[in-house]
Design a protein around this ligand. Structure first.
Ligand code: SAM
Length: 474
């Protein structure tokens, strides 16, 4: 055993009892170098060229369409391309969860326990900016980080909330096509990299987590449409939090079933024998083991609410489409939408039809002007960090474009673009100005074709508009 990693003794005893002959292989996996993953962001660049364009050695992850292993020494988390949202650093087995959820453009999707946003941003990539994604996180500081990651990855159709699940369930009855509950858990799959998870672990903690998971799942249950899909996942091995939680949920919710899925061969089955009252189909839930695949481990169950969706699954693109036809904008907002469209066209060089083409409602919240996704309902009394895509700040006598908007734009939408060198991009991310030629006004700054923010050019200098709270030394 690696001298650095001290696994809790009681945990080892439990695992030995569960795994029997496999236990040694499980234990030995902790001695090996861990696997590092990053996930290509399809919202920022097409899949074909991605691996070839990246300055890193990348190897495909078998179960994740956008997933790659990278070599730790190359540190892609400390690169301009990371700040540009070209990819998201994510543990390889965690990438399996959104695959099993199988999101589609145009759907309404809830990610109930979403921070820091690995799965939210993966789901957003599959939705291709069509439909509504609600990402919720109960811990305020973590919700802020979630919102930052949603912005860095250039997501347009995501609303970020900071609420308890029971508050949301009262507002969204039978509302979502898909829900993800990536539940807070005892984190046994994090033991290799997270000392706090090892220190906090105890059988009592496992029980507390299982009770909490049951409550969160029950709140999620009522928010799903009949015929919709609910995915439950943890990064722990404890049967109480996996087969136990799912079985208890199915016994208490007779309108739900466990669904069999086509999954990667490297995944193992859920274990009916590891819980007292296994639900029918519990063997169709999935276990990802660190001694059987290149990842830290996960548990995933795909559940379906009985009933029929009012459309063929995967075909609902038109329903939440961006054609703007369903805009229920009030007169006041229509005036604001027009003013915003003019600003975006005249100052940023976007097509005059850009705002309308996005669909959604242009709405002011304090000084900020947002594009709220079309399908969003009014959320009075709910803590909302991000009601949609922040377009600009209204400074009374002038508009200033929002950083979030820059992160969603590609060089195809405007020609007011300035490509920066690596050295200039580093200076921009540190908050410094960059020199330029005769250009004047707002410029979308890019590195290797990826937008990284706005700057304002005048007198041979591009003034820095990278948000102060995000500045860093790369
Ligand atoms: N899905 C995230 C991702 O892929 O980046 C990871 C989510 S993490 C496993 C679970 C999250 O649930 C944590 O951010 C935690 O703060 C949140 N959480 C804790 N207690 C909760 C509760 N009672 N209800 C909902 N979420 C809770």
């Amino acid at each position: 055993m690696d001298g650095q990693i001290r696994l809790p003794q009681a945990f080892c005893g439990r695992m030995e009892g569960l795994l029997g002959e496999e236990y040694n292989a499980f234990l030995t996996s902790y001695e090996k170098e861990r696997y590092y993953g990053l996930r290509h962001n399809p919202l920022k660049s097409p899949a074909e060229a991605f691996a070839g364009r990246m300055p890193f050695v990348l190897d495909k992850i078998a179960w994740a369409r956008e997933g790659y292993y990278y070599q730790a020494a190359q540190q892609p988390g400390r690169h301009v391309l990371h700040e540009a949202g070209a990819y998201y650093i994510q543990e390889p087995s965690a990438m399996a969860v959104a695959e099993i959820l199988d999101p589609h453009p145009g759907e309404r999707i809830l990610d109930l326990c979403a921070a820091p946003g690995g799965k939210t941003t993966q789901i957003a990539g599959r939705m291709k900016e069509e439909g509504l994604l609600v990402a919720n996180e109960v811990v305020p500081e973590r919700a802020r980080i979630l919102s930052q990651n949603v912005e860095r990855m250039g997501v347009r159709n995501c609303v970020v909330c900071n609420e308890r699940p029971e508050r949301l369930s009262s507002l969204f009855p039978a509302f979502f096509d898909r829900i993800l509950v990536d539940a807070p858990c005892s984190g046994e799959g994090m033991f290799r990299k997270d000392e706090t998870a090892r220190q906090e672990w105890s059988p009592a903690h496992v029980k507390m987590c299982a009770d909490r998971q049951g409550k969160i799942l029950s709140e999620a249950a009522s928010m799903l449409k009949p015929g919709g899909v609910l995915v439950y996942s943890t990064c722990t091995f404890a049967p109480e939090e996996n087969e136990g939680t799912v079985s208890a949920f199915i016994h208490a919710h007779e309108d739900y079933i466990i669904e069999e899925t086509d999954c990667c061969e490297a995944f193992s089955q859920g274990q009916p024998g590891w819980t007292d009252h296994p639900a029918a189909g519990i063997e169709h839930t999935m276990r990802l083991w660190p001694h059987k695949l290149k990842g830290e481990g996960h548990y995933i169950a795909r559940l379906r609410r009985k009933g029929e969706l009012p459309y063929k699954e995967g075909d609902q693109k038109e329903k939440g489409s961006k054609n703007g036809k369903n805009n229920r904008e009030r007169a006041g907002n229509r005036k604001l939408r027009e003013a915003v469209s003019v600003f975006l066209a005249q100052e940023l060089g976007l097509p005059e039809t850009w705002t309308d083409a996005q669909g959604g409602t242009v709405t002011g919240f304090g000084e900020q002007v947002y594009l709220v996704p079309e399908e969003m309902i009014p959320l009075s009394g709910v803590k909302v960090l991000r009601p949609g895509l922040c377009l600009l700040t209204d400074r009374k006598n002038r508009f200033e474009p929002a950083h979030a908007l820059a992160m969603t734009l590609t060089g195809k939408e405007t020609d007011r673009v300035r490509e920066l060198t690596m050295e200039e991009a580093g200076r921009y991310l540190r908050g410094e100005s960059v020199s330029c030629g005769q250009e004047r006004g707002w410029l979308l700054l890019m590195y290797e074709g990826y937008s990284i923010g706005f700057g304002k050019a005048s007198s041979g200098q591009i003034k820095n508009h990278f948000p102060k709270g995000l500045r860093k030394n790369i």
